[in-house]
Write a protein that binds this ligand. Structure first.
Ligand code: ZN
Length: 288
């Protein structure tokens, strides 16, 4: 009897151990799922350039080019971050001319409805990263009024100083932001402290322009360009727009970021490049 009880005891202990092992394996799997970061790509507008040579002085003069405008949502276990906010949702599919007719700007899919489609309210977003403060990147910034703005010191000084308009910025589009809800950066910044979402300073297009590095576990490393380039041809031939804030800084940033991209083996996604964007998944689909 004693021997049998002892055997039952052993079986019970083994069963307990097995359940414990299984539970721990499940927890491990759940942790993996919870730890995943997701990247959503949104269509944040259409930009027709009526003379593309403003992006590449002396090249393709008088030729028009259609560009896209992109926004992104990064869902990290420690919080959500929007990267760029595109053209304003107030624009229509018919659109308007801008810069004395140099551009025609339109919005086919409001960002707010694209967020709604994936069940995200703008007020839930913790971080707002904006590559730079031109109007095609700040159009919907005010929607994210509970977020902390992640901005380089030089961009902050330009965007919130007395001469914002001279830099081509539209302060009305980001009037919900200022010193109290900004984290002012002095160079590169690891947003969640684990190396997976890192803002890289890349000045030149504007005084405090920045790009975003993402280390995606399944898709691999990706770099979101901001306006380091506007389309692939400018990357191929190393060309810089005539309207950049500082040409020399722009070339230095290109060299720095290209070196970084090579070291990491990262894909470089050019945010305004229509042809490249047509090949990537858009929300509600996402990258892991
Ligand atoms: Zn832009």
């Amino acid at each position: 009897m004693k021997g049998r009880q002892s055997r039952i005891g052993t079986v019970a202990r083994l069963a307990t151990l097995a359940v414990a092992a299984l539970t721990s394996a499940c927890t491990g799997m759940m942790n993996t799922k919870e730890d995943a970061i997701k990247l959503y790509v949104f269509d944040c507008g259409n930009i027709l350039s009526r003379d593309v040579s403003m992006f590449s002085p002396g090249v393709d003069e008088g030729q028009s080019k259609q560009l896209t405008d992109s926004c992104y949502l990064i869902r990290h276990p420690k919080g959500d971050m929007i990267w760029d906010t595109g053209l304003s949702d107030q624009l229509t599919p018919e659109g308007v001319d801008a810069w004395d007719g140099a551009f025609h700007l339109s919005v086919s899919h409001p960002l707010q409805s694209q967020l709604k489609e994936i069940g995200v309210e703008p007020e839930e977003i913790e971080y707002l990263g904006i590559s730079h403060f031109h109007g095609d990147h700040t159009g919907n910034a005010n929607l994210f009024n509970k977020a902390t703005l992640l901005i380089q010191q030089q961009e902050f000084d330009a965007a919130f100083g007395p001469d914002a308009n001279k830099f081509g910025f539209n302060p009305d589009s980001y009037s919900n932001f200022g010193q109290p809800n900004s984290k002012i950066l002095q160079g590169d910044y690891d947003v969640f402290g684990d190396g997976r979402v890192v803002i890289k300073q890349a000045v030149g297009h504007t005084p405090g322009h920045q790009v975003l590095f993402l280390d995606m576990p399944q898709s691999g490393p990706i770099l979101l360009s901001g306006d380091l380039y506007h389309f692939t041809k400018n990357r191929t031939y190393r060309r810089v727009p005539s309207f950049n804030f500082n040409q020399e800084q722009s070339f230095q940033s290109i060299d720095k970021i290209e070196k970084f991209v090579k070291e990491k083996g990262a894909e470089l996604w050019i945010q305004h490049d229509l042809e490249q964007n047509q090949k990537i998944k858009h929300a509600p689909e996402y990258y892991l």
